[in-house]
Design a protein around this ligand. Structure first.
Ligand SMILES: [Zn+2]
Length: 646
């Protein structure tokens, strides 16, 4: 017996929490056909203070009367309220065979014997009430299954005893939608959850505290590359446990949506199955194969050149982590589980000459076309004019040509190297170099092109603009000069004096390869000298010259492929074995090794590192045979790799 004394007013209310541990359920057989009518739980059953029949002799002024018993659903939890005419003490206990919860209200009297309330919510079958003895009214809850319960009598309303039961979990579904696997736990009311990963065998466990499974235990075998079975059972009297048996350890996220609080979704995300590639003279296309179309974030990084793709909400489902390509532009493709829900694909490049992306129409993830540089593997000699004792032209403010052209030349060299060319500078310092030495520098390295860079001068300060000179004696020099002239004028926007033939300039006349001499602008013109003083202008000029050289080599490449007359040099270098079978069960013992770390050289993805908040790793002490997964998705630092990936 539990007495409610005024001392309990320290607390706002008094709670009696009980747990029915008995595993016996069922009592349905005892109900007569007449009683087998469902009563809407929302409709209270009133016990009218009828004229004294039955228990009249028990009614006294000291006794409280049971006025009403009602059952309702509060956020998925069945609650039974017993209204009295005043405060009363109560006690509760359970009885087996059949399973019942008994609530005895002390010193209470029942004015009439009401019909039972049928609930049948999977936990409570019905509620009965009767005068147990002259001073006790007994409320009996016939239960369908083991459950916990709470009895509350608040200080505010001491004349109401409230018995509530856990929320109900009504079922579990598993399906794959758009290449993405999901297990959906359905319940009534807003479900709480805790998750953990277990190994041996690998499992995802979702515990739903304060919930009761409104059915027998569920065991649902599924045919899926990641999951073999979905199970649900009453793990503890007030906790439902849902387990996904995995083929191998995998990453996942668990969430509820605000619009459907009764659903807990375990999202296994997309699977990244591997990468394929093919290519021709102009580009290499990389196809990262996935089970659907995950969101992808692209980054282009330099030093070394890389294209990085982060696949959100994805798990790597292949053992092939490094796929060699080696076709001149893409060195290799690397795949890794970068963070618990992000797969990272890195294309290691020899140089970066641009890329484009497209969605695979078959819905297997994006394709990336990496452009090949027309100057890849070419040898280009850049010749900064003058130097050392020879200052070249000197502008009105005293700017020396040798310094300006060296700066522009170095910028051009850097840009060409980034596009895959081998670049030789005839001088990289303020030193004297003779004209024959400059010509020899090109022939020594069997250069594919020679570009001498100068700034113009005239006796008067009037002439302005850009010109590029070539010698008619060297084949294709005119095309090179025209390409450079056009691109340079387009970039710096000065007067176009055109590409001009000049056969009196030794460095371009004696060259053994296509050669030209660029006069960027006029040093002798004050306005243009001031332009040359501006580093941003010099950068633009360098970009124009680089673009011109690139377009010359592109023209040459196109011409060569036309000359080769359809001889097929474009055999795609596909590797059909790049994709592993989706269901790689031979590797099922493998666990996720989070070897991926964000590299010190890769700043942009700092926002992607957050761990899903629901990856609770708390040890489940109540089930000692299920050990915590030792590789439970935490990410140890991989110091062996300072870069983005192994
Ligand atoms: Zn010059």
């Amino acid at each position: 017996m539990r007495l409610i004394s005024p001392k309990t007013s320290i607390c706002a209310f008094l709670v009696v929490l009980g747990v029915i541990f008995l595993s016996v359920c069922a009592c349905a057989g005892q109900i007569s056909a007449a009683e087998e009518q469902h009563i809407n739980p929302e409709i209270p059953v009133s016990f009218a203070q009828s004229s004294g029949t039955g228990a009249t002799q028990l009614a006294t002024a000291e006794r409280v009367s049971v006025l009403q018993i009602s059952a309702s659903d509060k956020d998925g939890s069945t609650t039974v309220e017993i209204s009295l005419s005043g405060r009363a003490s109560f006690s509760s206990f359970t009885l087996p065979d059949p399973l019942r919860l008994v609530l005895d209200i002390e010193g209470a009297v029942l004015q009439s014997r009401p019909d039972p309330i049928l609930i049948n919510d999977g936990i409570i079958h019905r509620v009965r009430v009767g005068q147990f003895n002259p001073s006790i009214v007994r409320v009996v809850f016939d239960l369908s299954r083991v459950t916990s319960y709470t009895v509350v009598q608040t200080e505010d309303k001491p004349d109401v005893i409230c018995v509530s039961f856990p929320k109900r979990v009504t079922g579990v579904e598993f399906f794959e939608r758009d290449g993405r696997a999901e297990a959906v736990i359905s319940g009534e009311g807003s479900l709480q959850y805790e998750t953990l990963s277990l190994s041996g065998p690998p499992r995802i466990v979702v515990d739903l505290p304060g919930a009761v499974l409104a059915s027998d235990a569920i065991e649902m075998p599924v045919s899926h590359p990641q999951v073999t079975c979905v199970r649900a059972s009453q793990f503890q009297p007030d906790t439902v446990r849902v387990v996904l048996d995995l083929v191998k350890a995998t990453t996942y996220s668990v969430s509820t949506s605000s619009d459907r609080p009764g659903e807990v979704v375990v999202d296994l995300g997309y699977r990244i199955l591997g990468a394929e590639f093919s290519g021709d003279e102009k580009s290499t296309t990389v196809d990262v194969v996935s089970s659907g179309n995950p969101e992808v974030k692209f980054m282009v990084l330099a030093v070394p050149h890389r294209i990085v793709m982060d696949f959100e909400n994805s798990t790597l489902d292949t053992t092939e982590r490094v796929i060699p390509v080696g076709d001149g532009v893409v060195e290799r493709i690397r795949l890794a589980q970068h963070s618990p829900m992000t797969v990272r694909a890195v294309l290691d490049l020899n140089y970066y000459a641009g890329h484009s992306t497209a969605v695979d129409p078959t819905g297997r993830g994006p394709k990336v076309e990496v452009f090949k540089s027309p100057i890849a593997k070419t040898v280009i000699v850049i010749d900064p004019g003058h130097g050392g004792m020879d200052p070249g032209a000197i502008g009105p403010t005293g700017l020396q040509e040798k310094a300006v052209v060296l700066d522009i030349s170095k910028k051009v060299a850097t840009q060409l190297q980034a596009m895959g060319a081998e670049v030789v500078l005839t001088r990289s310092d303020d030193v004297s170099v003779t004209l024959p030495e400059r010509v020899k520098a090109a022939s020594n390295v069997r250069a594919d092109a020679f570009i001498s860079i100068h700034a113009n001068a005239s006796r008067t300060g009037e002439p302005t603009g850009t010109e590029t000179l070539y010698s008619g004696t060297v084949s294709m020099s005119r095309v090179l000069a025209e390409s450079v002239q056009a691109a340079l004028v387009s970039q710096i926007g000065q007067v176009d004096r055109g590409a001009r033939e000049r056969n009196d300039l030794m460095v371009i006349r004696e060259a053994k390869c296509p050669a030209c001499l660029v006069e960027v602008v006029f040093m002798s013109n004050l306005k243009e000298e001031l332009l040359l003083l501006d580093p941003a202008f010099r950068q633009k000029a360098a970009q124009g010259i680089t673009t011109g050289i690139m377009s010359y080599f592109q023209w040459r490449k196109d011409r060569q492929s036309q000359v080769s007359g359809g001889r097929d040099e474009k055999l795609p270098v596909t590797r059909d074995d790049a994709i592993l079978p989706a269901d790689n069960r031979a590797q099922s013992k493998e666990v996720v090794q989070p070897e991926e770390q964000s590299g010190s050289g890769e700043q942009p993805q700092s926002g992607d590192q957050s761990q899903p908040e629901d990856q609770s790793q708390s040890v489940d002490q109540s089930q000692p045979e299920e050990q915590l997964h030792p590789e439970d998705l935490s990410e140890p630092d991989d110091e062996s790799r300072p870069d983005d990936m192994p």
